[in-house]
Design a protein around this ligand. Structure first.
Ligand code: XMP
Length: 523
């Protein structure tokens, strides 16, 4: 942020790090907190006349993700809200119209967050109340035409919501002769996915299917780290793209690459000025970045969140069955199939068992890559073990995720992590387990109740069965934050039963971690 923004006489709302930045730049003091605060907290209003909190109830639930805090607000500011671990939950200088909140009003877990944002936008800034992303179709299509000029667009579609909506916008904006779609079967897709894409786009006759499974799996051989996997996959996409462009004689300066990147993908890849890199999205690897720098990329949805993309898709007349599909990451099953460098035993710790397989988390503005804590308790819907998980992560150093044991062939004390890589066999095992989970959650109606339901394979087991399954159903609005949700007990028992019938599966676990501190995907 340009510090000049703060003296420009315009309203400013700093969120989380933003509140700290305002403090730092305006003469206050920021210091490391003794304890991190990740997850739910209660906000007490310190005053009753702040325009930011107009109509907001005292002692309301807010969502926190920070360790540093404002120790002393800048001169001219007053504290307008506190939590039990943060005396500066919110600050204001009403005269200058500059506000800061340590919590995140933009996430659903902050119960009255929308009211706070409405107060800021409509009362303090005086913005227009009638924002509707569906009405942006025409504008977005004009932006596509401006960006593309007289070139053509070459598009990778994945069968997911984002790339399909972006592709359809380009088709609408430019006409079918100027837009080419290619679906790459990376060998990392879910069961029956390629057929789904074939059926979906058959009517349009516009998508060509490239079978590149061997190419991707060979390139990934030996890769264990999430960032490396994403990097390799992104580069393989670029290779396929280069090959197709060459084969089709498109190297004449007349083409541009279209991508379905949406706003959260760019923030969490460190694409905005201040965001730390949490996960490099495969749409942001160096090969793609080079094309971006050369002005050879069009990303019509880069300013939108998922729910807005769905609204645009509805406006374009896309079928609900397509628009309501759960998100599925571009790198596919590769980032749901965890690998390990060496064999390592599970370790008994006071709160459970430390599983030395690393998963990605997000704590404050930082990405973490840490072991997982397993607790020996069946996650019945009534038990709400998720609340316990939040506490466990906050008080356990170096852990960002908690899972509960649903079923294992041997006790947790006998489990170990096995050295493992991405093999055809492990990907096939994960695909089989994922298909079972999808089938059962579709039949029971559970999949319509959750925003996404990753199924993860971890190299944890005992004896000959060396892999376990983690179930990770979550609720979210935009993928930026998420809640681990409980599953009906009967469904969970039945699902575990079918998964445990696969001889190579050693156990089934349930991820209890909200985001933050754990990301939705494990890698
Ligand atoms: P995380 O795991 O960061 O996920 O909480 C947020 C949302 O992004 C999806 N995701 C990805 N999508 N390429 C994608 O196309 C990726 O590399 C990637 N990583 C995460 C994830 O499935 C969730 O919906």
């Amino acid at each position: 942020m340009q510090p000049g923004v703060l003296s420009a006489g315009i309203p400013v709302l700093g969120i989380c790090y933003g509140q700290q930045l305002i403090t730092q730049l305006m003469g206050g003091r920021v210091q490391p907190g003794e304890k991190g605060e990740y997850g739910l907290a209660l906000l007490d209003l310190a005053v009753d006349d702040s325009p930011l909190f107009k109509g907001v109830t005292n002692h309301q639930q807010v969502w926190m993700s920070h360790k540093d805090k404002v120790a002393e607000p800048p001169p001219g500011f007053r504290v307008i809200g506190t939590t039990s671990t943060c005396e500066t939950g919110a600050i204001e200088n009403a005269e200058k119209r500059i506000y800061g909140v340590q919590f995140h009003p933009e996430v659903v877990h902050t119960t009255e967050g929308m009211r706070i944002l409405s107060n800021f936008l409509f009362d303090i800034c005086g913005c227009d109340k009638d924002w509707n992303p569906g009405e942006r179709v025409e504008l977005t299509e004009q932006q596509i035409r401006d960006r593309v000029g007289d070139r053509n667009v070459f598009f990778f579609v994945s069968g997911g919501v984002d790339s399909t909506v972006a592709f359809m916008l380009c088709l609408d904006a430019l006409g079918s002769e100027r837009v080419t779609g290619v679906y790459v079967d990376t060998g990392l897709m879910r069961d029956a996915e390629t057929q789904f894409v074939r059926d979906t786009f058959a009517g349009l006759g516009l998508v060509r299917i490239e079978d590149c499974a061997e190419q991707f799996l060979n390139a990934l051989e030996g890769a264990r780290e999430p960032e490396l996997k994403r990097h390799i996959i992104g580069e393989q996409f670029v290779k396929v793209q280069e090959r197709i462009i060459e084969e089709r004689g498109l190297l004449n300066g007349k083409w541009i690459l279209g991508q379905g990147t949406i706003y959260p993908d760019t923030i969490e890849s460190g694409g905005t000025a201040k965001a730390a890199t949490i996960k490099t999205h495969h749409n942001r690897v160096p090969g793609i970045q080079k094309l971006m720098d050369a002005g050879l990329i069009v990303e019509p949805l880069a300013d939108y969140y998922k729910d807005e993309v769905r609204a645009i898709g509805r406006e374009l007349g896309l079928a609900p069955a397509l628009l309501n599909r759960h998100p599925f990451p571009g790198p596919g099953l590769a980032i749901r199939c965890l690998c390990a460098d060496e064999d390592k035993p599970v370790e008994r710790v006071p709160d459970g068992y430390l599983i030395p397989v690393k998963s990605v988390g997000v704590q404050g503005d930082f990405r973490t890559y840490a072991p997982v804590l397993a607790i020996d308790a069946f996650p019945t819907a009534a038990s709400r073990l998720q609340d316990q998980a939040t506490e466990l992560v906050n008080r356990t150093a170096n852990v960002n995720r908690v899972i509960a044991r649903v079923a294992t062939r041997e006790g947790l004390e006998h489990q170990k992590v096995f050295a493992s890589t991405l093999t055809h066999g492990r990907i096939a095992l994960l695909r089989e387990a994922d298909a079972i989970v999808r089938e059962m959650s579709a039949e029971s109606g559970f999949d319509a109740e959750v925003w996404q339901f990753p199924v993860i394979l971890i190299p944890v087991g005992a004896g000959e069965a060396r892999d376990s399954i983690v179930l990770r159903p979550i609720q979210s609005v935009d993928g930026m934050t998420a809640d681990s949700v409980s599953m009906p007990d009967e469904l969970l028992h039945a699902m575990a039963g079918r998964l445990m019938a696969i001889p190579e599966i050693a156990g089934v676990f349930y991820d209890l971690t909200h985001k933050p501190p754990g990301t939705i995907e494990w890698e």
